[in-house]
Design a protein around this ligand. Structure first.
Ligand SMILES: *Cc1c(COP(=O)(O)O)cnc(C)c1O
Length: 483
């Protein structure tokens, strides 16, 4: 499988190069040159694979076509090391459960080390990095910014890998107590947690400025793990298929998916699975008050917001000012035309600040064909959804999951969506206790594996919002002899 940039400025690359590259040098995102085709017989066979070899076996079968320059033995080992009962609580890794006797199902993607779905892709990424860096006999420094879930998933996935160091910037005091504890209690010389006096966008800008220093980037082999990494999207395709297999019994049943969305990563993977031939009916996209994507799918206008116009909400992992992965979807929407994609994102968004496809005859047709229906969920909506699922079914969900479930239930009630709907559970309630207390009047249960986390000592450095201070601190940390 070869990978091309959505902006057409790169010669096609193999998977292992894309794994380590992150963003393409022409500013675009890497996508598979073609989507491998799935048929009913393959799906039938995979049902058996999931039953007999668990999620790890399915991951290997799905991914070996995409990751065909990783030796098969290595890939199989990576899948087994990433996806097992020790790390995810069961061999199914992402089990699906039915909400009462309704048509609504929850895919539990949050049973990993940091209690959010980010673990699903990140655990595999950690294994793949190790294999590939070893093969190339090199090392890398992951530098990234996080508003909460990505950072902790990355640190827990890279922990103990000899060839990877991680420096993670976080906005001081703006993550939940649980999220802070998950990162800052890590005590490892290869992991550096930094809090920045600022908001998430300030952290992101510092990361960009540091990557922008080409000499610094080369000297320290800076690499990225953010959601634009193609390997993360591919790893996420696996659980769309795994969830579908658990809800159906034949090869052709159509199922809808409801996905709470920020950077358009998780939902993009369902789109890819559909393009491969997975029988997906409606793709329900839920946003919070930062509803750039709901606006795009309703009107054809994509307009990223400024940091000042980005609301801090009670589903903070979806508080985005732009949707980084949308470019991959729009590339498909415009018939995989790199010139067009480059014009829309490279020229129009970068220049005017938006693009408008409302007059494009292809936009409506493709939106229909791709089956996306988008909706917005507010704080009041998510609190009401958490409360109602708890009272009616004894099922407790986190605020992000509630955004997806709320929008799905609205569409199911109006009859716009019929048949089974798989809603993604993207985090466990324990990560967002304050909103849970507001919704049900009591704190969420703390899973046993997180007991004691709140009392452990922190290892974190406070720095000002200043790129030179950051760079000299990184330099000193990276050049410190290992203890
Ligand atoms: C990251 C995240 C999301 C949004 O996922 P995208 O792939 O950015 O769309 C939703 N819920 C939770 C809990 C998250 O951590």
């Amino acid at each position: 499988m070869r990978y091309v940039s959505t902006r057409g400025g790169m010669s096609p690359a193999g998977f292992s190069d894309v794994l380590l590259a992150g963003l393409a040098d022409d500013g675009g995102l890497y996508v598979p040159e073609t989507y491998p085709r799935l048929d009913a017989a393959t799906l039938r066979a995979w049902r058996g694979v999931l039953a007999e070899r668990g999620y790890a076996g399915l991951a290997y079968e799905v991914l070996r076509v995409f990751m065909d320059d990783i030796p098969v033995d290595d890939l199989e080992r990576c899948c087994r090391a990433a996806y097992n009962a020790d790390t995810f609580g069961s061999a199914l890794v992402a089990p699906v459960s039915r909400v009462g006797t309704s048509d609504l199902w929850l895919a539990h993607l949050s049973n990993g080390p940091t209690a959010a779905f980010k673990d699903m892709a990140m655990q595999l990424l950690g294994q793949l990095f190790e294999v590939e860096l070893e093969r190339r006999d090199t090392w890398m420094t992951v530098l990234a910014a996080t508003s909460g879930d990505t950072g902790s998933a990355a640190e827990h996935a890279m922990l103990g890998r000899e060839r990877v160091k991680v420096a993670m910037l976080t906005p001081r005091g703006r993550m939940t107590p649980f999220q802070q504890a998950q990162m800052y209690t890590i005590d490892d010389p290869a992991i550096l947690n930094v809090t920045i006096d600022g908001v998430f966008d300030d952290c992101q800008d510092l990361v960009k400025a540091t990557f922008g220093d080409a000499a610094f980037k080369a000297r320290h082999r800076l690499g990225a793990v953010n959601s634009i990494n193609a390997a993360r999207v591919l790893a996420q395709v696996v659980y769309a298929i795994a969830a579908w297999l658990q809800v159906t019994s034949r090869g052709d049943e159509r199922v809808s998916f409801a996905v709470p969305t920020g950077n358009f990563g998780d939902i993009l993977a369902v789109h890819v699975a559909r393009q491969m031939g997975l029988p997906v009916d409606t793709l329900i996209l839920a946003t919070n008050e930062n509803n750039i994507l709901a606006e795009f799918f309703a009107t054809g206008v994509y307009r990223p917001r400024s940091a000042a116009d980005t609301h801090a909400t009670s589903s903070p992992a979806m508080d985005i000012s732009k949707a980084s992965n949308l470019e991959r979807f729009v590339f498909d929407l415009v018939g995989r035309d790199p010139r067009r994609t480059s014009d829309l994102f490279g020229r129009q968004v970068a220049g005017r600040g938006f693009f408008d496809l409302s007059a494009d005859p292809g936009f409506r047709a493709q939106r229909e064909r791709f089956g996306v229906v988008a909706g917005t969920s507010t704080h009041a909506d998510r609190v009401a959804t958490i409360r109602s699922l708890w009272r009616e079914h004894g099922v407790l969900i986190d605020p992000h999951t509630a955004d997806g479930v709320g929008v799905a239930r609205r569409l199911m009630a109006s009859g716009e969506v019929t048949g089974p709907v798989i809603a993604y559970e993207t985090a466990l309630p324990v990560k967002f206790a304050e909103t849970i207390v507001e919704a049900i009047g009591e704190a969420p249960e703390v899973p046993a594996r997180f007991a004691g986390l709140a009392d452990a000592p922190w290892h974190v450095v406070d720095l000002p919002n200043d790129v030179d201070v950051l760079k000299s601190h990184l330099e000193a940390w990276l050049e410190r002899p290992e203890g």
